[in-house]
Design a protein around this ligand. Structure first.
Ligand SMILES: Cc1ncc(COP(=O)(O)O)c(C=O)c1O
Length: 401
């Protein structure tokens, strides 16, 4: 199959001869409209947003507060419930360690799920080392957590439950509203890592009964290095700060706010809200289904990891019987893809998410994550499906077993 025209393989404004980018769950390009909003805050509007004594500072502060409102609007929160952080890793750490630090005396049990991002799993491991008891719940073969399983493990000592909204490897959407309802009934704090869900599917912290929600800008066409933690005010959630300093962000996260990044994050949230309104989710689901249909019309032995219904519209995680994921990626330099687990692929350790949904040897090594985004076109998807099919067939011919 021939390569598509340069214009079709580039991302962003300028046509470039680069691989087709299908790794939007690793990160997204910063939308040029977001960059345009940010630029003045690096140069002429460079004030420290905490310097209230002069116009430079007040101008930056105003921009940060507008951004805070834009982030809040995306998830149905109030602006003063948004704490800016450096990203979802920090937000997850602040949420769980912050709760533990403030309320941990007497409430020393934390519940999470086997398919969470490592920054949640490692955070609860740290709490365990500090004396907390930790329950890591299993998921079903489709990747979904049964809310009844959450209810079954809650005790009078349970402090918090942390369940991600959308999985970063297999894209499945957990029943957050139902889990939130159970947590509220039991007066247990409920945290959700929405790094992958925010901006792609509608989220409302009220309807979802969420007390704490982690967000990150670089998965939603905003800049890297900025995120947020939603912290509910009514009923009030208190956190022990994880950083000592000037007491910014209502004492929860000290440090000078990066005004240009805050502005970019806010702009990205506003654009994502408009995109969702205009049906971007349906467009992504259409591209995903087109890609899967194209592959399956050419290839037998293609399995979908995780539920296809309760899933982010832009995610697919596929297994190809008989094919090592890494060998396949090695033959596809014209596609930017990752195996199910980007963090552990260097060590060739199987993905903890695929393991948790019961994928076993040898299929566990065949998982590849395809993620589609704002700049993905039908032409790119057709090209990618053709190239994947071609290389899978070639590998299967080489080792028919
Ligand atoms: C579900 C999930 N949580 C947390 C993170 C970490 O986010 P950040 O890169 O903003 O620290 C990621 C990014 O890989 C993610 O996918």
């Amino acid at each position: 199959m021939s390569k598509p025209a340069a214009a079709a393989v580039g991302i962003g404004a300028a046509p470039r001869l680069r691989p087709v980018y299908l790794d939007f769950q690793a990160t997204t390009p910063t939308d040029p409209r977001v960059v345009a909003e940010m630029l003045p805050y690096f140069t002429e509007k460079f004030g420290n947003p905490h310097s209230e004594a002069h116009a430079f500072g007040r101008e930056a502060e105003e921009a940060v507060e507008t951004a805070r409102r834009q982030v809040a609007d995306l998830i149905g929160a109030e602006a003063r419930e948004i704490v800016f952080t450096s990203g979802a890793t920090e937000s997850n750490n602040l949420a769980l360690k912050g709760l533990a630090g403030f309320y941990g005396e007497g409430r020393d049990h934390v519940v999470t799920v086997a398919t969470e991002h490592k920054c949640v799993l490692e955070t609860v491991r740290q709490l365990e080392r500090e004396g907390f008891s930790v329950t890591v719940l299993p998921v079903a073969a489709d990747g979904l957590l049964d809310p009844a399983a959450v209810a079954a493990v809650l005790t009078g000592r349970t402090l918090a439950v942390s369940v991600m909204a959308a999985n970063n490897e297999i894209g499945v959407l957990q029943p957050i509203a139902e889990i939130g309802r159970i947590c509220r009934e039991h007066q247990v704090f409920f945290h959700t890592d929405a790094a992958q869900a925010a901006g792609e599917i509608p989220l409302d912290v009220g309807a979802l009964n969420v007390d704490l929600m982690s967000l990150t800008a670089h998965k939603m066409y905003g800049p890297m290095g900025i995120g947020a933690l939603y912290v509910r005010r009514r009923p009030r959630v208190r956190l022990m700060p994880q950083m000592s300093g000037g007491g910014q962000e209502r004492g929860m996260r000290s440090g000078t706010l990066p005004a240009p990044l805050c502005v970019g994050f806010g702009a990205a949230c506003a654009l994502a809200a408009a995109d969702m309104e205009e049906g971007e989710g349906l467009r992504l689901a259409g591209l995903r289904d087109r890609f899967l249909g194209g592959l399956r019309s050419r290839l037998p032995g293609v399995s979908v990891n995780g539920s296809l219904t309760a899933r982010l519209p832009g995610n697919l995680n596929l297994g190809f019987a008989g094919i090592g994921g890494e060998s396949l990626l090695g033959r596809l330099p014209d596609l930017a893809l990752s195996t199910g687990s980007a963090c552990t692929s260097a060590s060739l350790e199987p993905s903890h998410v695929l393991k948790a949904i019961g994928v076993t040897e040898p299929l566990i090594h065949t998982g590849i994550r395809f993620s589609f985004g704002r700049t993905t076109t039908e032409e790119e998807v057709d090209y990618a499906a053709g190239r994947v099919a071609e290389e899978v067939e070639a590998l299967r011919r080489r080792s028919p077993a």
